[in-house]
Design a protein around this ligand. Structure first.
Ligand code: CA
Length: 252
């Protein structure tokens, strides 16, 4: 058994709930396989959405953007490949990681799947352990704020599993929304995000919250980071939004 899989499974058994619950859309027309995958994902703490075909999947996506999509290759109606291409061509779904599920093992199919925009590819039959390991690997690469990896930048440490933040040796008290905001920033450093983008990424898309709410939580986050002087990481970029800077000026 692959040591990585062992670690994952142990972790799931001890602490089945993800620090941040991710929504995974399973598009699979075979009921038994759909059920098996969904049960395993739920057990691992994910929220699961299910679709039997591309049309149903698109209806679900319109209502709620998933964090990751498991997409079967052979579907009734539009194929998985067709749907993967469509997801990649549309602004709203372009960034959502896609793992293709298929019975085909040929090299050419793998190439075709990856060219259609899939992030990874898993051949049936697969074990739940293998699937979980692939999901975690794709999330780590594409959406690190959804994994429970400890993040350390300079002397600021954030631990998603225990929900703790430390500035050097100082334990910092950070509220739940500020924690998600900080987690997102620490996994997307140096980039400027508008208030609308932060709302989408941290509060979830389709959430109707005023953009001013972001400012309120940024203020709270800065205040929470003040005891150890780490509030300087959070920079205001005039007319654009906010950025998490890797380097901060030393405190005088
Ligand atoms: Ca199928």
């Amino acid at each position: 058994m692959h040591p990585y899989s062992v670690g994952l499974i142990t972790q799931f058994c001890v602490q089945p709930i993800y620090a941040m619950s991710t929504t995974i859309l399973v598009i699979e027309d075979e009921p038994a396989i759909q059920e098996l995958i969904s049960v395993n994902l739920s057990f691992a703490g994910h929220k699961v959405l299910r679709a039997f075909d591309a049309e149903q999947a698109q209806t679900l996506i319109r209502a709620e953007l998933p964090d990751l999509i498991l997409l079967d290759w052979m579907l009734p109606g539009a194929s998985g490949i067709t749907l993967a291409k469509k997801l990649r061509s549309e602004e709203r779904t372009r960034q959502v990681p896609v793992i293709m599920l298929t019975a085909k093992g040929a090299e050419q199919d793998k190439v075709e799947g990856l060219e259609a925009g899939a992030d990874d590819y898993i051949t049936k039959p697969f074990s739940p352990k293998e699937l979980m390991a692939r999901i975690k690997a794709v999330l780590r690469r594409r959406a690190p704020q959804l994994t429970d990896d400890v993040i350390k930048i300079g002397t600021l440490t954030l631990d998603p599993a225990t929900h703790r933040v430390h500035g050097g040796d100082t334990a910092l008290s950070v509220g739940p929304t500020e924690f998600r905001l900080l987690h997102f920033f620490m996994t997307h450093t140096e980039r400027v995000f508008s208030r609308a983008q932060l709302l989408d990424q941290v509060w979830g898309d389709h959430v109707f919250v005023e953009e001013r709410t972001v400012d309120v939580h940024i203020r709270r986050l800065r205040k929470a980071l003040e005891p150890s002087g780490h509030e300087q990481h959070i920079e205001t970029v005039r007319g654009a939004g906010y950025r998490f800077a890797m380097q901060v000026a030393p405190t005088p």
